[in-house]
Design a protein around this ligand. Structure first.
Ligand SMILES: [Zn+2]
Length: 71
């Protein structure tokens, strides 16, 4: 599980880099539920597999954190 600060940084990173409709869809829908740390779509601990795959393509860009893939 990511610390809350890192999770919110990941959310902001995805919103800053998403371009395609598919990227928007994943970043808009694959989010933790209210009061939960699980993805509401996958029911996996967030970041779920889809979010990690989305983030992975921007590895190395400014603001990137390796901890996002390790969780
Ligand atoms: Zn998900």
């Amino acid at each position: 599980m990511l610390p809350p600060e890192s999770a919110s940084a990941l959310g902001a990173f995805l919103r800053a880099h998403r371009r395609t409709e598919a990227e928007w869809m994943v970043s808009d829908t694959h989010n933790p539920g209210r009061g939960s740390r699980e993805c509401v779509v996958c029911a996996e601990p967030w970041p779920c597999t889809e979010v990690r795959q989305l983030a992975a393509q921007w590895e190395g860009l400014a603001g990137w954190r390796p901890e996002w893939l390790a969780s």
